[in-house]
Design a protein around this ligand. Structure first.
Ligand code: DPP
Ligand code: ZN
Length: 877
């Protein structure tokens, strides 16, 4: 496998103005006929170079240039390309290829999921359908005809608008779709299946009526309401917040069971993993409802940030992904609680993206090179990319940002562009110079921001000293200072925000400001202060950095109780919990008894008894930092100690706060009709977080109440929460009964069974590996279904750290076995599963050796896919 570099980018030699496709679908193969209108790219000179088309795993049936069949000696074929030699600057190419969708287990290109044909072309799946210039800067107008058996495939879909359909001989029928918007091949889609349709409509801001359709298998008909509702709200929101209107007459979503990603934004025909469409209160948790809402929004928003304006090359992936994640986070924040959404995002980023940034796969938001682009659909490109866009939003202000995005969409509509073009539009619209800021796109690693404060009582001055640095990452040892927007306030002894006056400025900055830190070391002096302030720093996590400030534990308690900023109240409680847990880990390692810091009890109690707090906020505050986050923060992670400390601390808190928790829990447990609104979601979230704590008391009454909740719940959120509590408890009898009952009731619902699998696979109770091995023998398990792999193998290796890292290395061996099997079935999924092994440097020497041993075993596997090869070789480098 070879490395591809951003610096080698050059425009294609040819363009494809029109692409006419005809698919003949059969049970054991498909024929793909393409007619391409090809033109020489005039900017690349006069001489006619060869035309090199991408193509993989294709059988070439015929090839004609301007209607003349080409003889075999006039073109060259290798495993990845078809090369031919045009005689003119403009010509038509006709190609027929034969493929076998029914044998496509990699789920890239055209494949079968159950009884339906579907596609996934991003990033490079189209080359597994036909020979093509499969790169995002080649944009073409597509017309697609699909021909299939009418009985088995009554529904035939592709991008754009339906223009004609009809019957063929022998029970076959056809439909033709035309997409008026030029697009790269990665946005191509096709679906053929026996699907039912849920239909609605939306009137756009200019008064056009859009036909909205969600296609699912008949048994899922009742589970589409939430997705449809989310879609309509997304369409309205994008008009209101970004001025973006939908452009085709029809917008379709299709739910597919076997899908590598969450969903795909194909023009006018979004294809979704069924887990991101289907949601009914009986079968989906509140978390699943939220995921459907955000993924539907995300894919819809791509119609502008991705489709109308797309990426020039795959190094620019964050141009559309970072921006679109930012947009969907804003949307979810607006639909629910913005603070809670921000807390969830930051929690996720710090536990996962920071770990990526600290490991062997660390890369900039705009990578410089890759071997396999599928490996770069990462937390860095998506989540850190979104943080980078969020910082631009902060620096430009909401109005300035909107001016910038308006200019960006106007300037680049119909083009394939770069991250630089995006930033340029923001600069031009706001008269800003963002040159230094752009280092966020090219520099990998999580910056450290070391803050210190000095109070000068005589002068009434508070000096805030900022020092930034960034640890080296693979291939990048020399790091430059970044532009770090620091949202902050100064609090007086009552917790009120003080007026902010910088020594070198004339006007006051009000009571909250954003400091732009631009240098390696920088000093800000606040003057005119009556008393010593306590700073509230990095509000809303205004930059993706690791910030330190020498707060005492009492300072953190104060901030957790009094900071007017909700996000930073949570952050103070988190930081306190992290510090306490880190202290306890040291005690555990020394074999000393674990002593609980009463300040945590104090903070939790005050939060539990504060009637003004949103219950969702209370739930977030009393949730201890995850094991994964504690691992990320550790120099060398002692997973056994971390697990023990976290469990012990939970039990101690449950005991110390038993009466407070019980009172709140009882108040929230009064039976109520189910409603999906944000306030009810918040109540369920707190109620079930408390149930988890209360179960630790091992009181018979609580266990009985938990079993009752499991049986009587009128929604999946409560039922699943009770199941989680039982599975993680020592009450073997109740646990087994609940698991058996759940499986009996939901065996025909694959997405619900995914829950059943992952609850068990993620449980830190002893014997985790054996449990997971048994689950893989269950009839509902299937290694070819990515959702099942994620629910069992993924949940075990990523969420069940104490069992995965068992000292004999059996967890590592098990994961390596699955990766090796999946390497030949589905390389993308195999490579994703590598993540826990890439983190080997985080652990003790014994575990390091065992993990490396498995990496080497994977490396030595025959026929290693480019996907797995890239991750394993970089991990061992
Ligand atoms: N399906 C992926 C996403 O929407 C890739 N575009 O982010
Ligand atoms: Zn996306």
């Amino acid at each position: 496998p070879k490395t591809i570099y951003l610096k080698d980018y050059r425009q294609p030699d040819y363009w494809i103005a029109e692409t006419h496709l005809t698919f003949e679908l059969f049970e054991d193969h498909a024929l793909v006929h393409s007619r391409l209108a090809v033109q020489r790219n005039a900017e690349q000179g006069k001489k006619l170079p060869p035309l090199v088309l991408d193509g993989q795993q294709l059988q070439l049936i015929s090839l004609a240039l301007d209607d003349v069949e080409l003889s075999e000696d006039s073109y060259q074929l290798d495993a990845d390309h078809l090369t031919l030699h045009p005689g003119s600057a403009e010509f038509e190419l006709a190609i027929t290829t034969r493929i076998e969708p029914q044998n496509n287990t990699a789920l890239e290109g055209l494949y079968k999921s159950g009884g339906m044909f579907c596609t996934q072309c991003e990033a490079e799946g189209f080359r597994k359908i036909t020979y093509y210039l499969d790169r995002p800067d080649v944009m073409s107008r597509f017309t697609t005809t699909v021909i299939a058996d009418r009985g088995d495939y009554p529904v035939l879909l592709s991008n754009g608008n339906p223009v004609a359909s009809g019957e063929h001989e022998a029970g076959r029928h056809w439909a033709t779709w035309e997409d008026p918007f030029p697009k790269p091949a990665y946005l191509f889609a096709l679906v053929a299946g026996d699907l039912v349709l849920i239909q609605d409509s939306f009137t756009t801001m200019s008064g056009r009526d859009i036909d909205l359709r969600i296609y699912v298998e008949p048994e899922n008909r009742e589970q589409c309401g939430h997705a449809m509702d989310s879609l309509k709200r997304s369409m309205r929101w994008d008009e209101e917040v970004y001025g973006r209107e939908y452009d085709l007459d029809i917008f379709m979503i299709v739910a597919v069971n076997d899908f590598n990603m969450g969903a795909m934004e194909n023009k006018g025909l979004n294809i979704f993993n069924s887990s991101c469409v289907l949601a009914h209160p009986d079968t989906a948790t509140d978390l699943a409802f939220q995921r459907v809402e955000s993924v539907v929004a995300h894919e819809y928003f791509h119609n502008w940030s991705g489709n109308r304006v797309t990426c020039r090359d795959w190094f620019q992936l964050s141009l559309k992904e970072g921006f679109t994640v930012f947009r969907d986070s804003q949307f979810s924040g607006d639909m629910n609680s913005a603070t809670v959404k921000r807390i969830e995002d930051v929690t996720f980023l710090r536990a996962n993206q920071f770990a990526e940034d600290a490991g062997p796969m660390a890369h900039p938001v705009r990578p410089d090179s890759f071997i396999e682009i599928a490996n770069f659909y990462t937390l860095t490109v998506y989540e850190k990319g979104s943080e980078v866009v969020g910082m631009l939003h902060t620096l430009c202000g909401a109005d300035g940002f909107r001016k910038g995005t308006d200019l960006y969409f106007e300037r680049h509509d119909g083009q394939a562009v770069t991250c630089d073009d995006f930033v340029k539009a923001l600069e031009d619209a706001n008269g800003l110079d963002l040159t230094r800021f752009k280092r966020w796109y090219s520099q990998a690693g999580t910056p450290r921001l070391e803050m210190n404060g000095h109070w000068d009582a005589n002068a009434g001055e508070f000096r805030l000293l900022c020092r930034q640095s960034c640890p080296p990452t693979p291939g990048q040892t020399d790091k430059q200072p970044l532009v770090i927007p620091l949202r902050m306030a100064l609090l007086d002894s009552q917790g009120a925000e003080m007026s902010l006056q910088l020594a070198d400025e004339t006007g006051s900055r009000g009571t909250e400001t954003v400091l732009a830190i631009t240098e390696a070391e920088q000093l800000f002096v606040f003057t005119g202060l009556r008393e010593e302030p306590l700073p509230s720093l990095l509000r809303g996590f205004s930059a993706p950095v690791k910030m330190t400030y020498p707060y005492s534990r009492d300072d953190r308690v104060f901030l957790a109780k009094h900071d007017p900023d909700g996000f930073n109240r949570w952050e103070a409680a988190q930081a306190l919990a992290v510090e306490v847990m880190q202290g306890l880990v040291t005690m555990a390692q020394a074999g000393r008894p674990l002593m609980l810091d009463q300040r945590m009890v104090d903070v939790y109690r005050s939060v539990l008894n504060n009637p003004e707090l949103d219950p969702a906020m209370v739930a977030e505050i009393i949730r201890l930092p995850s094991e994964a986050y504690m691992v990320e923060l550790a120099e060398q992670a002692d997973i056994d100690a971390i697990h023990k400390v976290r469990e012990t601390l939970r039990a101690e808190l449950a005991q110390a706060l038993h009466d407070d928790m019980l009172a709140v829990w009882q108040r929230l447990s009064v039976p109520q009709p189910y409603t999906p609104d944000a306030a009810s979601v918040a109540r369920r979230s707190l109620k079930n977080t408390l149930l988890g704590y209360l179960m630790l008391s091992e009181s018979e009454e609580i266990v009985a109440a938990c079993v009752r909740q499991f049986i009587e719940a009128n929604n999946m959120t409560d039922r699943q929460a009770a199941l989680v509590a039982l599975v993680n408890s020592p009450f073997e009898e109740q646990k087994q009964a609940a698991l058996a009952e759940f499986a009996r009731q939901w065996q025909d619902y694959p997405l619900v069974m995914d829950q059943w699998f992952s609850v068990q696979a993620a449980s830190g109770q002893p014997g985790g590996l054996e449990r997971v091995q048994a689950l893989m023998q269950h009839p509902a398990f299937n290694l070819r279904n990515p959702n099942k792999v994620r629910a069992v193998v993924g949940a075990f290796a990523n969420q069940n750290l104490v069992n995965f890292h068992r000292l004999d290395g059996a967890g590592y061996g098990f994961l390596a076995d699955q990766i090796i099997t999946l390497n030949s079935l589905n390389p993308q999924i195999a490579a994703r599963l590598m993540t826990p092994l890439t983190r080997w440097r985080k652990y003790d020497p014994a575990r390091q050796a065992l993990m490396q041993e498995q990496l080497q075993r994977i490396m030595a596997t025959d026929d290693l896919s480019a996907d797995v090869y890239e991750v394993v070789s970089k991990s061992l480098a």
